[in-house]
Design a protein around this ligand. Structure first.
Ligand code: GUN
Length: 288
């Protein structure tokens, strides 16, 4: 019988730990962590994500500032705002919610966020430092996955991990972290051009599914006893729900779960860990 890796519960525990740390800071009379988020335009998904980030900050006792800019904002104006916030000594973390309108270069904006405030861990300095095993901000989803595996005592040393997907935000960084000294997994990254993808995934002790293709991982790809981490969060139509959609992971859960030792649900697996990782990075930025 498989067991669920409960990201919702784990994230709630971590929020409790963060709230304790904030109370300690309050007692010592030091300035509390403060996250600034820039939201350009009013994309529905981005509005929801940013609203979650602000709410999460409030819940643990952090300060937060939301800066809204119209989708017509110029790249120069956005850059000027980023530079202004980089210099603001009361702000610890600074994120610019993505995606940005087509006329603005996301790379250019990210490269202009101070690496010391880059709690998204997207700046090339942080990506490079992470890859080199140096202290850095690690982006929220990869950091959340590693924390979840550690807290569930999933054996990683020497384990065969197959990461499905090579995105800059999840697949690539999580593959680097898993092979790092101290974690010591053996890592294979598979993607759309991989030959024998099924056979390769079936070798895995641990599967990290991060492709954004609902139900991609089917039972014939999974070894009995495998640990499955599902990073997928695709909105699929669901007329029976109030919103008219629901989240579907990259794993065909109903057929895969019976083969697993451990598996994350969607929702309630990696998603909540991503949210709490941003808080951990903001706390770290403040304590630096
Ligand atoms: N858009 C989707 N995910 C993210 C994220 O983690 N950070 C930012 N800044 N934008 C996003």
């Amino acid at each position: 019988m498989y067991q669920l890796i409960d990201g919702k519960l784990t994230a709630a525990e971590i929020r409790g730990e963060i709230a304790d740390a904030v109370r300690e800071m309050q007692k010592r009379g030091v300035r509390l962590p403060h996250l600034a988020a820039i939201l350009v335009g009013n994309d529905g998904g981005s509005e929801t994500y940013v609203a979650h980030k602000v709410k999460d900050c409030e819940e643990v006792g952090f300060r937060s500032t939301l800066i809204r800019m119209p989708s017509s904002v110029s790249e120069q104006e956005l850059l000027a705002k980023v530079r202004e916030l980089n210099e603001d000594p009361v702000l610890d973390g600074l994120i610019v919610q993505l995606p940005l309108p087509d006329h603005i270069s996301e790379d250019k904006i990210i490269e202009n966020i101070s690496p010391l405030k880059d709690v998204d861990g997207f700046h090339p300095v942080n990506v490079g430092r992470m890859a080199a095993g140096l202290p850095s901000f690690v982006s929220a989803t990869p950091a959340g996955i590693i924390e979840l595996l550690k807290r569930y005592n999933i054996p990683l040393n020497g384990a065969e991990c197959v990461v499905v997907g090579r995105s800059n935000i999840v697949g690539r960084p999580v593959s680097i972290l898993l092979s790092q000294k101290g974690i010591d997994a053996t890592v294979t990254v598979v993607h759309s051009r991989t030959r024998n993808i099924k056979e390769t995934i079936r070798r895995a002790d641990i599967i990290i599914a991060a492709i954004g293709s609902p139900g991609f991982i089917t039972a014939d790809m999974v070894k009995v006893g495998a640990v499955v981490i599902d990073v997928g969060t695709t909105r699929v139509p669901a007329p029976e729900t109030k919103a008219g959609w629901k989240l579907k992971g990259d794993v065909d859960f109903d057929n895969v779960a019976p083969l697993c030792s451990w598996i994350t649900p969607v929702p309630g697996g990696v998603g909540p860990m991503t949210r709490v990782s941003l808080l951990l990075n903001t706390l770290k930025a403040c304590n630096r």
